[in-house]
Design a protein. Sequence first.
Length: 416
Amino acid sequence: MPMNVQSISSLPDKINQIRLLTAEIINKEILPNENKLWRVRRDGDVSDEEKQVSRELRRDIREKVKQAGLWAPHLPEEYGGCGLSFLEHAYMNEVLAYAMGAASLFGVVAPNSGNQKILLKYGTEEQRKKWLVPLTEGKMQSGFSMTEPDSAGSDPRSIKTTARREGDEWVINGHKWFTSNGIAADFLIVMCRTDDPDGPAERNGKMTQIIVPTDTPGLEVVRGIEVWGRASDHAEIIYDNVRVPLENQLGQTGSGHAAAQDRLGAGRVYHCMNSVGQMWRAFDLMVERASTREVHGGLLRDKQFIQGFIADSYIDIQASRLMTIHCAEQMESGADARTDISALKIFVPEAYSRVVDRAIQVWGAAGVSGDLPLATMYQGARTLRLADGPDEVHKILIAKNVLKHHGSVGSWDFGN
Ligand SMILES: Cc1cc2nc3c(=O)[nH]c(=O)nc-3n(C[C@H](O)[C@H](O)[C@H](O)COP(=O)(O)OP(=O)(O)OC[C@H]3O[C@@H](n4cnc5c(N)ncnc54)[C@H](O)[C@@H]3O)c2cc1C
């Protein structure tokens, strides 16, 4: 079923134009080809001819995206993107995410997109030329290497990986895992503890991000970790006396924690708008099936259990969408949106799980099969509840901010 996207009267023409153009590519180019595009990645037994067809299709679609002026929405034009504002990009994402894997066809796929933003904000001109430009052109791949098996990812300041300054080099030692894209990556942005006597003394100031090419001696990709029963490119990596030049440091010594927060804050809003797009798809699939499947002498759509699923899912999607847009508006205006980011990072993945769960139920056995995108969505929704900060950490943050506000300003202003 094609996605139904119409202009929204309260939005500027530019955003409507972006959404309509994006929907046109989704409906005409990606949805009819979804199986051909991604079966190659999903299934092992694919012929060389099928692989070739899939490669060519992806290349053609990317070309059409570029011609439509929609390539790399998160980057400014001078670095190969189409220079959308935060809000414009958020509105585009809900449309983009309707089709599985479409983000990579629009040049905005994690973890490359997060690395691009960090290189843009913290990188020197030299670093941008060397790493950002080839990343945007698709000539390089990258990963972000922060989480470790032996320390809590929920408390990133507890990391043990160290970078020691020796002459004009950083020497890195540590053990990371779940570095997404770690196998394909040409370089990784590695979060290190830099106990530099010249660096800042406070706890956050001990973290520095350093660019490490993956062919540097001492860097060993141990394995792609199996996730949800399938091989993955979320890599476990050992850094054993890995030496890189000091100029590979990103930003000031000690700016790593702030850079990670920048990356994750914006990323969470984009993830949630993506989740809205995927819920929208799951919802359409559910309604479509309910309208055609006959059970016990009638269509599913006429059964009240199923009408309940439809109504609850509608509520989940509208609530998620409005929360995410409100937060994106806050961020666009420069307001402190941290409480709202945490709230939606909890609410939206849970709502996404519920909507997909209902869609699977309506589809019966087909719902968990590889013929539909629902099983993949279900796993993605569940994973999102712990990646980029688990729910509990965000709840702690919301309560902390509300209580602090209550103590100093008073009542929380929900209108802003
Ligand atoms: C598919 C996938 C891709 C990922 N990609 C990347 C990547 O590219 N780069 C990267 O660096 N990392 C990545 N991660 C790692 C991810 O960010 C971490 O898993 C996440 O931050 C949680 O850290 P942890 O796994 O160490 O869990 P822990 O920190 O050990 O937490 C475990 C659980 O403890 C509970 N908990 C935590 N704190 C509290 C508290 N204060 N009170 C009560 N309960 C609490 C929560 O339920 C939490 O789920 C990825 C993870 C997944 C699953």
